[in-house]
Design a protein around this ligand. Structure first.
Ligand SMILES: [Zn+2]
Length: 447
């Protein structure tokens, strides 16, 4: 029974039912789960991780990403465009991707996330050029060692049918559903402690048919997997919904079976009061992506109103072509700042932002019973932040400091009790070699 003792943390931020913060505490891990925490723990046979001067938090959870976009960051034509124009710039580049590009971009994106405290990430892959498959990203995530919720995305309405993407990037809807069944059967692990889960995720209401949205929901319910898509991202998105479907996005989602605790929608920047009430009532989750919303000028999501109403809400970095960073603790800071811009300086505390980043994300991905807090019996997904770093020097409150100042990189990161980051370095792959592979792949895409 391998044991790990995280010893003498300055603070352990539990995110338990009463949000306890334990000073001078240790955490004992056994077989990938948290066994015990508190001051003065000993375990003679355990591997010891010294956490002196460190804050231990639950691992951060990323609820929305397009990891493949990691090779298209800071693309000149997409730097200053709104959503639809930005997509039209990038689609032809993405059409050149090969399976190995999916692999390297996934590892690049996840490695960055890991260094910023993320232990579990979802990914939304909705295009499959040149033989690429969801499998490429799942294998990449397994090699790195993060907990991974892959989503089988899809686009089926190309330009010739009035959609946004070029015809070369869309798929036949029967083929989409068949491949969805294949990847669920091959990779979805419903058991507790699962490292890999699969969800179904048509890209957005403006790139698939009403029938595919409905059929995906039916298939997901049949297979017991979750549903994910983009919704109400900006004003263009709302206008499209009203023009094409005659209803706002919330109504469209509800009509097609896209509400419930097994559904989470990315962005929801433009939800109105009735839609917020609908999501709260049905426990439909939201992936809030503050930096991406800023980057694309989409607006400020009504996070305060959603939280107050009881909408489950987690953070997402969103795709690397619209962020373009992969700094999940930075997203917590940005979420807090944006609510303050909209609603005043007391609109969101640093601790609430940290809660959204951890427990909030685990709830949105349907994992709150086993992840998102540090409690006996929960899985050992932990981020260990060294407050002796320059970024946090001078801070009076080590927990608030994580969001208000830093550091933005972890000292250690454990997933299922395994160290994916140790002393600030990824343990499972060579960072320099990964960066070089990503650079080579990017050069090929630039052509
Ligand atoms: Zn997205």
């Amino acid at each position: 029974m391998p044991q790990i003792l995280i010893r003498n943390a300055e603070i352990v931020v539990t995110m338990d039912g009463t949000r306890r913060e334990l000073a001078g505490a240790s955490v004992l891990i056994e077989n990938g789960a948290i066994k015990q925490m508190g001051p003065g723990l000993t375990a003679p046979n355990a591997e010891v991780i010294d956490a002196s001067g460190c804050v231990v938090t639950p691992g951060l959870v990323n609820t929305h990403h397009h990891l493949y976009q990691s090779l298209t960051r800071a693309v000149p034509g997409g730097q200053d465009a709104l959503l639809f124009g930005w997509l039209k710039t990038l689609y032809p580049i993405w059409a050149r991707y090969m399976p190995e590009d999916m692999h390297v971009s996934t590892q690049l994106g996840l490695a960055e996330l890991a260094l910023s405290g993320c232990t579990m990430s979802s990914d939304h892959l909705y295009l499959y050029p040149n033989g690429s498959r969801l499998d490429d990203t799942i294998h990449a995530a397994r090699e790195l060692g993060l907990r991974f919720h892959a989503t089988r995305g899809a686009m089926s309405i190309g330009e010739s049918k009035g959609g946004l993407p070029p015809d070369a990037l869309v798929e036949d809807e029967t083929a989409i559903l068949n491949d969805s069944i294949r990847v669920i059967d091959a990779f979805h692990d419903p058991s507790p402690g699962a490292m890999t889960r699969v969800a179904l995720a048509p890209c957005s209401p403006f790139s698939v048919s009403r029938e595919l949205m409905r059929d995906a929901a039916l298939l997901a319910r049949d297979k017991g997997v979750m549903l994910h898509t983009h919704l109400a991202e900006n004003d263009e998105d709302i206008a499209y919904s009203l023009a094409q479907f005659g209803v706002r996005p919330g109504q469209y989602a509800e009509d097609l079976g896209w509400t419930g605790p097994d559904v989470w929608h990315a962005h929801c920047v433009k939800l109105d009061a009735a839609e917020i009430a609908l999501f709260a009532h049905t426990k439909t989750g939201v992936a809030h992506c503050p930096c991406s919303n800023c980057r694309l000028g989409s607006g400020i999501a009504p996070v305060r109103a959603m939280r107050d109403a009881g909408v489950p809400l987690g953070l997402g970095v969103d795709g690397s072509a619209s962020n373009d960073a992969g700094d999940l603790i930075g997203e917590a800071r940005q979420a807090m700042l944006m609510q303050r811009v909209a609603n005043g300086a007391d609109a969101m505390s640093a601790r609430e932002a940290l809660e959204i980043a951890t427990l909030g994300g685990a709830t949105v991905l349907g994992r709150a019973e086993e992840l998102g807090s540090i409690e006996p019996g929960k899985r050992a997904d932990l981020a260990i932040w060294d407050l002796r770093a320059l970024a946090a020097a001078g801070s009076w409150d080590p927990v608030a400091a994580l969001v208000l100042c830093g550091p933005h990189r972890v000292r250690h990161l454990l997933v299922e009790g395994r160290a994916v980051v140790r002393d600030g370095r990824i343990t499972t792959l060579d960072e320099a070699a990964l960066a070089q592979s990503a650079r080579r792949a990017t050069m090929r895409l630039i052509g």
